[in-house]
Design a protein around this ligand. Structure first.
Ligand code: ADP
Ligand code: MG
Ligand code: MG
Length: 251
């Protein structure tokens, strides 16, 4: 579903290489987790895949269902089925959350050559999904993420994800700054979206999120590449012993 091969990327301005030959495949129906120390390039990976400016891909590539996503504009990547929930969701003053969601859903449909979702269907869908995520109607009317708490922002991202029905979801440190209840709600939202035709890449610094979103595969990322891959037990090992042993082992 998502295939990343020997990906190398540098900061455009300084030329500093951050991703140093990263290889990773997320199969349909699977949840892969990436863990790694701060500064190992986890967020850079999600930015490069999303098509954010400021990075130069110098080698390797990434495909989504066989299509070269790095050659696409960011909105084309989204229409192809890529969704990213970022560590720091942006606030958009003056744009109502509901309007934003409907615009996003319909822009994606247009890019795919599909018909737009009519207003009544959209309203019904968004209300049903919001209810599942315990997002109240008032939050839907407020400008996107403005004045939302950390937990509300994350739930709002899961709502966006639920409405866009992506093929591959990348969650970058969706757990950072969340209390246990908010984290559970986010995890429940993700788990409800697990399906045989959807893959997940869950990036997290801590193991605790993976108690709630149980991954099929765990990758350890250090200094721009994957140094070890295993099952959920690998996350527990990191929680217990830290990264030092794994880094030494890889070296
Ligand atoms: P992680 O998400 O694993 O903590 P990041 O991808 O945020 O790692 O950062 C990887 C490395 O790249 C760090 O050394 C960070 O300082 C550097 N970096 C990332 N983006 C920028 C940027 N825009 N300007 C300068 N340094 C950056
Ligand atoms: Mg970081
Ligand atoms: Mg990060």
């Amino acid at each position: 579903m998502l295939e990343i091969k020997n990906l190398r990327a540098s900061l455009e301005e300084e030329g500093k290489e951050i991703l140093k030959g990263l290889t990773l495949t997320v199969e349909a129906g699977k949840v892969h987790a990436i863990m790694g120390p701060n500064g190992s390039g986890k967020s850079t990976l999600s930015y490069v895949l999303a098509g954010r400016g400021g990075y130069e891909v110098t080698d390797g590539g990434a495909t989504l269902e066989g299509r070269d996503i790095l050659a696409m504009e960011p909105e084309e990547r989204a229409a192809a089925g890529l969704f990213l929930a970022f560590q720091y969701p942006v606030e958009i003053p003056g744009v109502g959350n509901m309007t934003f969601l409907r615009t996003a859903v319909n822009a994606q449909r247009r890019t795919r050559g599909e018909e737009e979702m009519d207003a009544a269907t959209f309203l019904k869908e968004v209300r049903a999904r919001a209810k599942e995520l315990k997002i109240d109607a008032e939050m839907l009317k407020r400008p996107v993420n403005m004045g939302f708490s950390g937990g509300e922002k994350k739930r709002n991202e899961i709502l966006q994800m639920a409405m866009l029905e992506p093929r591959v979801c990348i969650l970058d440190e969706t757990d950072s700054g969340l209390d246990v209840d908010a984290m559970k709600l986010v995890a429940d939202g993700v788990n409800a979206m697990r399906s045989p035709d959807r893959g997940f890449l869950v990036i997290t610094h801590y193991q605790r999120l993976l108690d709630h979103i149980v991954p099929d595969v765990v990758h350890i990322m250090v200094d721009g590449r994957i140094i070890k891959t295993g099952g959920p037990e690998l996350a527990l090992e990191v929680e217990k012993n830290g990264y030092a042993d794994l880094i030494e082992e890889a070296a």
